[in-house]
Design a protein around this ligand. Structure first.
Ligand code: ADP
Ligand code: MG
Length: 567
């Protein structure tokens, strides 16, 4: 029995056209959506080379009638909508009938399927939109689709693909929101025979969230509200114990469709601002149920953006829901898992009593002053800085020196970063990083994405002084860290989430690592300030910090005179 039809011309004209298949992750998105639309509750994805050479998706959904098997590969062929009115109230994830057509034109597809009504299944093979065979087979109810040689006839597109790790990260970024939303469906993802995701069905979304991100459900609060018969919202919100350096644990779904909405994301983050450290982002997962006539999913070819008719109403509902939930006494506002170092770093730097505010410099921290740098001093500016005399320290941040008619100001933080960066890099390059051995390994939970990046980075981490081993499926153990680093756990997380494209290397990682170095913000006495200046002068590039900010500025007397209108 036929279910699939080619859409009428008037519907085709109104469909947001565009490229749907750009890389393995976009193929997987379309295929998973098809399985979910077919009411599957078991989805298994098997890949080779992160989908570049093989994508196989097996589901236990309704299956496809043999009468439809050739039609589904035609352009605008779909069973999900029929006419223009259906476009106004889309309930399924797909509706344009483009994915299988696009995929079939750029790969070799074998699709096997069986419905409940048919005695046996059927297999069809299509290569570059050309049918190779259609034959009866024996198989269980559901659909298995195998895509080989993606982009075999579009070399430009193939060349555009990134490393296997990057493609896998893209796949996880696309797939995880579906795993979150469809918690009553099991998902398995295997790449090169290695299981990456293995999620059993559950009837509790919170269990799924906790499992995917290795989070403790105690740190997540739930709240929901109905604005009217057309709009309701449910939201899971992380407390202060979940702080990310990126907005990578933030999800929004409308009617079970994962979407991006910068405005709602902004508003939720804004409410968290008072609770979290600067540049840290919370976990949240927002589920909106909105009457499908009040939204338009037909605005973006890959459907990742959805237009809301009542955006202002929705925003104010989400704001008040988030505020109310976070102000509840059950939500932790004081971190539990961070150690005292966390508080140390977050102490305000200006206080009534200056003494109280000085961070004591321990012997180990003092090590920065003993560093030996062998680079020769060369240019003019170096020489003048070298000859300066110490004046004093301004608000614990700037060290003031003078020479001839100039005032030299060293930014203590930026200078320390430069010194630490070069030191770490030199030692890593000569394999002589001083390691601090932990009596008990520090167990650190990782997300799926962090785990695959860790696999790739662990050797570089080792050279830098971090010895890490896999602890279990979702965590690693840190055994050693460079002795000049504080808070190694956060640093490793930062490295695994950092923007290290295109290739991670020692320099990039050292640049991240020097932020975690000891000393920045500590109180210095005159002797220490002088040593800091000398060590800075021994750096190969003393005048900028590793992130490009200046470490020293010079203010000439002439400039001051002009300011005082003395000339
Ligand atoms: P769309 O999802 O927009 O309808 P696709 O090209 O993705 O377009 O799929 C075309 C049709 O093939 C779908 O409408 C559906 O009838 C059928 N189909 C594709 N994948 C599956 C699947 N896994 N299970 C059942 N039917 C499927
Ligand atoms: Mg589809």
């Amino acid at each position: 029995m036929r279910n699939v039809q080619i859409l009428p011309e008037e519907v085709i004209k109104r469909i947001a056209a565009g490229e749907v298949i750009e890389r393995p992750s976009s193929a997987i998105k379309e295929l998973v959506e098809n399985s979910l639309d077919a009411n599957a509750d078991e989805i298994m994805i098997r890949l080779k080379r992160s989908g570049k050479t093989l994508i196989e998706i097996k589901d236990n959904g309704t299956g496809i009638d043999s009468d439809d098997l050739e039609t589904i590969f035609l352009r605008h062929a779909t069973s999900k909508i029929r006419n223009i009115d259906d476009l106004e109230m889309i309930k399924s994830l797909g509706f344009r009938g483009e994915a299988l057509y696009s995929l079939a034109s750029i790969s070799d597809i074998t699709l096997k399927s069986k419905t409940d009504l048919q005695e046996n299944g059927w297999e069809i093979n299509i290569r570059a939109n050309e049918k190779k065979h259609l034959k009866p087979i024996s198989c269980n109810k559901g659909t298995t689709i195998q895509i080989k040689e993606l982009f075999f006839n579009t070399p430009a597109r193939r060349k555009f693909l990134k490393s296997d790790t990057t493609e896998m990260k893209n796949i996880l970024n696309i797939l995880i929101p579906y795993c979150l939303t469809y918690f009553n469906c099991s998902f398995k993802l295997i790449n090169e025979e290695k299981t990456i995701i293995d999620l059993e069905k559950t009837d509790r979304k919170l269990s799924r969230i906790a499992k995917i991100f290795s989070l403790d459900p105690k740190n997540i609060t739930f709240t929901q509200a109905k604005l009217n018969e057309n709009i309701s919202a449910a939201i899971f919100l992380g407390d202060i114990n979940i702080q990310r350096t990126r907005k990578d644990l933030q999800f929004i779904m409308i009617n079970n469709r994962p979407i991006k909405n910068n405005s709602l994301t902004f508003h939720i983050n804004q409410i968290y601002q008072k609770m979290l450290s600067p540049n840290k982002y919370p976990f949240f997962c927002l589920d909106l149920e909105i009457n499908s006539q009040l939204i338009d999913v037909n605005t973006h070819p890959t459907k990742k953006e959805v237009r809301l008719t009542n955006e202002a109403e929705v925003t104010s509902l989400i704001r008040s829901l988030t505020k109310q939930a976070l102000s509840s006494s059950n939500v932790k506002k004081v971190p539990l898992i961070y150690n005292e170092k966390f508080f140390e770093r977050n102490q305000p730097t200006v206080n009534n009593s200056i003494e109280e505010n000085y961070q004591k410099i321990t012997e180990q921290e003092f090590d920065i002053f003993q560093k030996d740098f062998s680079q020769p001093l060369n240019n003019e500016f170096r020489k003048r800085l070298e000859n300066t005399q110490y004046i004093g320290i301004f608000i614990n941040k700037y060290i003031l020196f003078q020479h001839d008619n100039s005032l030299f100001i060293i930014d203590q933080h930026a200078a320390s970063e430069r010194i630490n960066y070069e030191d770490l890099l030199n030692k890593a390059n000569s394999n002589s990083v001083q390691r601090q051995y932990l009596l008990e390994p520090k167990i650190t939970n990782l997300t799926y994405q962090e785990t695959i990046v860790w696999e790739e980075f662990k050797d570089i981490l080792q050279t830098l002084g971090f010895e890490t081993t896999r602890w279990d499926k979702s965590s690693i153990a840190i055994h050693t860290h460079p002795d000049s680093i504080k808070n190694p756990e956060s640093l490793i997380k930062d490295i695994l989430n950092g923007d290290l494209k295109p290739e991670p290397n020692l320099e990039k990682i050292s640049r991240l690592a020097c932020r975690y170095s000891l000393m920045a913000g500590a109180y210095l006495n005159k002797e220490q300030a002088l040593i800091l200046k000398n060590n800075l002068l021994k750096c190969s590039e003393p005048f900028t910090c590793p992130h490009g900010r200046p470490t020293v500025i010079e203010i000439e007397e002439k400039f001051l005179e002009r300011q005082f209108l003395r000339n």
